[in-house]
Design a protein around this ligand. Sequence first.
Ligand code: NAP
Ligand code: G4F
Length: 320
Amino acid sequence: MPKRALITGVTGQDGSYLAELLLGEGYEVSGMVRRTSNVNYERVEHIADKIRFVPGDLLDEGSIVAALRDVQPHEVYNLAAQSFVTTSWNQPMFTGEATALGVTRVLEAVRQVDPSIRYYQASSSEMFGKVREVPQDETTPFYPRSPYGVAKVYGHWITINYRESYDLYACSGILFNHESPRRGLEFVTRKVTSSVARIKAGLDRELRLGNLDAKRDWGFAGDYVRAMWLMLQQDVPDDFVVATGETHSVRELCEIAFGRAGLDWTAYVVVDERFLRPAEVDLLVGSPAKAAEKLGWTPTVAFAELVEMMVDADIERLRR
Ligand code: NAP
Ligand code: G4F
């Protein structure tokens, strides 16, 4: 009998790659989708006939219980969230409801419907915020710097609490930034690569950005969803950092992205205060040692390769 998985956030970047991976592993894949005024299944369009979509919202406990009763999954991947850090300052309550309390709603539904379900929580390196050590690993203390980061810390600890209180197989993956051609346009990597394509095509003349000095540990989303799946295939549930172990600045990102299109980034990038954050996370770099040792996981796409892949995809998208 094939295993059944339910993915919340299936319409997002990670949801689409995870759905592909699980289908390839022979799973029956269901995706929880919320009601929106426009259908936005673009990232899963190519596999939509293989996914069962079930209605549900992180803000509505009853809908999550109904989705679990309907699908009867062996594994739940909770990827849904208000995931954009900047928005979390504009909508802190909503971010708390979805990104923090939403986790408890899913865990509570798992506990009530079938406590044997294996659960994955999408935790974040944003929890490290003003970092206490370099590199960050599973034992590094948290110091979140945004309502989003604070909400993720809650989601992380409630996952551990449900594991320890109710003996659930619940894992928290502390994932560092991961990107792809399917990344949302508001995140800095995709903002840069889509802008490079537009400038190259003569549609734009400049790119306005915030803090060019911020450093991130950027990997490829396709690699990172494999780590999520591996976490749920172990004998005992545990928490893992997933990262490349390398860090790069937004400035380096610009240099590689514009360079790929034969452009000099300094001629186009303008620093605009509107994109600075009330509190910044200056530097993230993770240690993937535990994931390598216990999951056998290693990243396959290097930073420059990732940026070039995204630029090429955006140029091709515009051409089409
Ligand atoms: P994303 O592209 O922004 O996708 C977020 C998903 O959550 C979308 O499918 C969205 O649905 C859904 N969603 C939002 N609010 C919801 C609600 N109230 N009820 C049900 N669904 C809701 O995010 P991502 O990059 O794939 O990230 C996946 C998860 O990993 C998120 O929890 C994120 O915080 C976390 N994370 C991401 C990274 C990263 O670098 N990508 C790193 C660490 C952790 P709609 O399509 O309807 O908006
Ligand atoms: O691409 P970003 O918006 O990603 P951020 O804030 O690191 O969050 C992402 O990664 C987290 C994992 O660490 C996830 F949990 C979260 O859901 C999300 O996927 O910004 C990256 C850096 C920041 O330091 C920001 O200040 O880029 C800097 N930046 C500079 N100019 C900009 C811009 N970011 C954005 N979005 N837009 C700019 O114009």
